[in-house]
Design a protein around this ligand. Structure first.
Ligand code: HEC
Length: 443
């Protein structure tokens, strides 16, 4: 192995106000307040890890490049830094952002809005690196592999992108984020920046590039991160072979200034938020304060370049005391609009339905919010502790809302990844998971 990488449960980095979707492997979501920044500070930037956190020692680190090329390379960081340095602002959004909003519910991390951030990335053009290698005419796809080590028997995280995207001058290998050395949680010392594309292509802790004559056929290309590319009936089973890898992000926007259920006094208030898109930039953002009956253009300003998010604002003066449904809808230069009703897909990717919140405009003092009390939780069975709490905690399970059949599939997947479930205990385990974290309404 090229880089001496060590794995630990978490990055140990500050988790300022982050929503912890999983403590290990570390998955952190940015709360809505994070959308108020033009560029997302590192401590508020979401983290998505398939495996435990990887720490690479730069002294042992090299980037090796092979495959369909005439001049194989092994580059150090000093070699890379001899190439021209480029910098760009780009949104990084997890393919599964918004999965927790899908109905019917799908398994996986239940992200709501904050598995996204706007970063300033600096490094070298991937095209400049590939220029050193003498690409053969058979070159079609560029495969990335990081130094992260899979948990149990889980497959390695490797992804390929087509040559066209790899040669795009905006596709870079970054060693800096927001003007700082790339942090461990974001792929130190080098990660792929594929602007406009979902985060699954932004491979972290990069140590190896392989030029292929066809699309890579590993688990994270052929089974995971695929979308039907057309409408399918909610809840249906779709064969991954008929789906395609996720590429471009979709047009999307959020309201960040007010929370759903906020109470405000009548009079002038400023609504703000951000909008972002994939390969076709944001062309406009409209707001409705009457549940979509009428729409008004907002004032938008970009945070730099076509891949950064745009900040929008709208001055609103509600005169009547009432409950208002506020909506925001963005439009891309291509004409693509956010849908009102989210199309469903089996893994809950690419959620981009219009963000709607309800606010109460009233002069009355806010009523005390009644929180439902949580009944005393029963003890976790010993067998469950010894089989399911080995690689991670219960946090990843608590957020699921799966029916019995979905839980059974989830247990089978964990068995493939190395969970030691005794066959005679499986039914009892699935019953337990279903009774504890079964299908139920979202809130
Ligand atoms: C060998 C290690 C290992 C064991 C044992 C294990 N898991 Fe996991 N599990 C993982 C990893 C790694 C992830 C995160 C995968 C990712 O983020 O891509 C995960 C994720 C999950 C998730 C989140 C949804 C998903 O599919 O990513 C659920 C739910 C889950 N595990 C349930 C269980 C249950 C129930 C058991 C006991 C039967 C169990 N796990 C045992 C390794 C394990």
């Amino acid at each position: 192995m090229m880089a001496a990488a060590t794995a630990s449960f978490s990055s140990g980095a500050p988790k300022k106000d982050m929503i912890v979707r999983a403590a290990r492997p570390e998955d952190l979501e940015m709360p809505m307040a994070g959308f108020r920044n033009a560029v997302t500070p590192i401590e508020n930037f979401f983290v998505r890890s398939h495996h435990y956190m990887t720490k690479v020692d730069l002294n042992d680190w090299q980037l090796s490049i092979g495959g369909e090329i005439s001049k194989p390379q092994t580059l150090t960081m000093a070699d890379l830094k001899k190439l021209p340095k480029v910098e760009l602002v780009s949104v990084l959004e997890c393919a599964g952002n918004g999965r927790g909003l899908y109905e019917p519910t799908v398994p996986g991390l239940q992200w709501e809005y904050g598995a996204v951030g706007n970063g300033r990335w600096a490094g070298v053009r991937l095209a400049d690196v590939l220029k050193l290698c003498g690409l053969k005419s058979t070159a079609k796809e560029i495969l990335f592999d990081g130094a992260d080590v899979p948990v149990g028997k889980m497959p390695e995280f490797k992804r390929s992108i087509p040559l066209k995207k790899a040669l795009d001058p905006d596709t870079i290998l970054a060693y800096e984020m927001n003007g700082e050395t790339l942090p461990d949680a974001h792929g130190f010392p080098l990660r792929v920046i594929a602007p406009g594309w979902a985060g699954d292509s932004w491979v972290k802790w990069l140590i190896k590039i392989e030029v292929l004559d066809k699309e890579f056929d590993g688990f994270f290309m052929k089974t995971a991160y695929r979308h039907p590319g057309k409408n399918v009936a909610p809840g249906s089973v779709v064969d991954p072979a008929t789906m395609s890898p996720l590429t471009s992000l979709r047009i999307k926007s959020v309201i960040a200034s007010h929370a759903d259920g906020a109470v405000l006094a009548p009079g002038l208030t400023r609504l703000t938020g951000v909008a972002w898109s994939g390969e076709s930039p944001v062309a406009g953002v409209d707001v409705s304060t009457d549940a979509g009956r009428s729409w008004r253009a907002t004032v938008t300003k970009t945070s730099g370049g076509k891949y950064g998010w745009s900040q929008w604002s709208f001055d609103w003066k509600p005169t009547k005391e009432a409950y208002y449904q506020l909506m925001v809808r963005a439009r891309a230069a291509s004409g693509e609009l956010q849908p009102f009703v989210q199309e469903w897909n089996p893994s809950g990717y690419a959620h981009n339905a219009v963000h709607t919140i309800g606010v109460n405009v009233t002069t009355a003092a806010p009523a005390a919010i009644q929180k439902a009390s949580i009944a005393g939780a029963p003890e976790l069975p010993g067998q469950f502790r010894s089989t399911c709490m080995v690689c991670h905690g219960t946090d990843v399970m608590e957020q699921q809302r799966l029916n019995r059949g979905q839980w059974e599939k989830e247990v089978d997947k964990m068995v493939r990844w190395g969970a030691d479930v005794k066959p005679e205990y499986k039914n009892q385990l699935v019953d337990f998971l279903n009774s504890r974290w079964g299908a139920r309404p979202r809130k």
